[in-house]
Ligand binder design. Structure first.
Ligand code: ZN
Length: 424
């Protein structure tokens, strides 16, 4: 049984059909109808689990078997969809050919600048990570021009190493601050010490051959939770993502997508005040969540070196070290106050911990859970739950690549018709 195509709730797109009883549509209308139907079929195949057959796609989209077959042929020829070996089905009828995302033709670059590293990944349309380049460095107080030049060099090297036939459709850049995606401006990344950075003027896109679109790190990383692979929804669709790095980023995810807010700056849970008389924050405020639960702040409060690992922190807590236990407790409280406030406002009672918060989730959980139950007004009816993100070390970069690949699934006609040797 195919899953229904992923899309806005309650919105089922109908296929347009040429029944022959109406005057022929203009060529433009026909091309538009074909593009819409290709997108519908692609979305259905990418979202389905297990892989659907043509008959499954026809049933899910209310299109005729012959229309679906023609569209699937185009997607297979265009290397957006691939066919598996036919499998015999239960009951009468011919064996069906399961359809899956094609992994060998389209890919995207995911780039990330973090306070502690630069990352470049190449992700194919099926979600496979083809390349990952990770350069660890302390980038606090670094110069944007130099860092973006280094990133472009890494990205160009990744592109040069690609297997033949794999086309890069776009590049996404995850940044740890507030950004304006439309202009590519990074307004402020407090922990890098960057402000008003015009990314397009500093990142030489000629070196990778595709434009770069910027995004907030946590917003992009949240896609690795809401999606199993490009176009394939995961089990969690509504949650508050808390990204633990040097700072704390966040995203409120509704129906799989991060809530942008008026300017695209929503979700900055790291700069929610949990104690107005607390320590000064790099954002200019005081007592922000990240001053308690950010990695450096937490490790320092625990009496460890700011660059120590969370494993070292966990060992101290398990050995009964007072200072480390108090620091973790305080981080869990601070998280509970900030996230609890957010749940009261947006009614999304699932929190997903990423980054270093994921690594110490079992230490945070008891106090965080208790604080959420105490602070969230609806907790008696729907107790907030705590989940952990996957272990990918650069989820912002992977999520940025997913966002680029989603454009292929949303409009496959644009990509397959431009492929050499493919006629429209
Ligand atoms: Zn702050």
């Amino acid at each position: 049984v195919p899953t229904s195509p992923h899309g806005p709730r309650g919105h089922q797109q109908r296929a347009s059909r040429d029944t022959g009883s109406h005057p022929p549509a203009s060529r433009v209308d026909q091309a538009r109808a074909r593009a819409t139907n290709l997108a519908l079929v692609a979305r259905t195949v990418f979202a389905a689990d297990p892989p659907p057959t043509r008959a499954d796609v026809a049933a899910a989209t209310s299109m005729t078997r012959s229309t679906v077959s023609r569209l699937v042929d185009d997607l297979v020829d265009g290397a957006v969809v691939a066919e598996l070996e036919p499998v015999a089905k239960v009951g009468p009828g011919r064996p069906g050919t399961p359809l899956v995302p094609h992994a060998g033709a389209f890919a995207a670059l995911g780039l990330q600048v973090n306070v502690g590293y630069l990352a470049v990944v190449v992700v194919d349309l099926a979600g496979g990570i083809r390349t990952r380049r990770l350069v660890t460095d302390d980038l606090r107080g670094s110069g944007p021009a130099v860092v973006l030049e280094r990133l472009a060099t890494e990205a160009a090297a990744a592109v040069a190493d690609l297997p033949p036939g794999l086309e890069i459709v776009g590049a996404g850049l995850a940044l740890p601050g507030i950004v304006t995606t439309a202009t590519g401006m990074l307004l402020r990344a407090p922990n890098l010490g960057w402000s008003d950075v015009d990314v397009p003027s500093l990142f030489d896109t000629a070196r990778i051959g595709v434009p770069v679109s910027v995004g907030n790190e946590a917003d992009l990383a949240s896609r690795t939770v809401s999606l199993v692979s490009p176009g394939h929804p995961g089990a969690l669709r509504d949650f508050i993502y808390v990204s633990g790095e040097t700072g704390i980023g966040g995203a409120v995810v509704i129906d799989g997508l991060p809530l942008p807010g008026r300017h695209g700056w929503a979700g900055e849970i790291g700069h929610v005040t949990v104690d107005p008389s607390g320590p000064a924050c790099s954002c200019g405020s005081t007592g922000c969540l990240e001053q308690y639960a950010g990695k450096r702040a937490l490790l320092t409060a625990a009496g460890l070196d700011a660059d120590a690992s969370t494993t070292a922190l966990a060992e101290r807590v398990r050995s009964g070290d007072d200072r480390a236990t108090r620091a973790v407790d305080r981080a869990a409280w601070a998280l509970g106050w900030a996230v609890g406030g957010a749940i009261n406002i947006v009614d999304v009672p699932v929190v997903v911990l990423g980054g270093h918060l994921r690594e110490i989730a079992s230490l945070l959980r008891p106090r965080l859970e208790a604080t959420l139950r105490e602070r969230v007004i609806s907790a008696g009816w729907v107790p907030p739950t705590i989940e952990t993100a996957g272990a990918d070390p650069t989820p912002g970069a992977v999520g940025a690549a997913y966002r680029e690949l989603e454009r292929v699934i949303a409009d496959p006609a644009r990509w397959i018709d431009a492929r050499p040797g493919t006629s429209g």
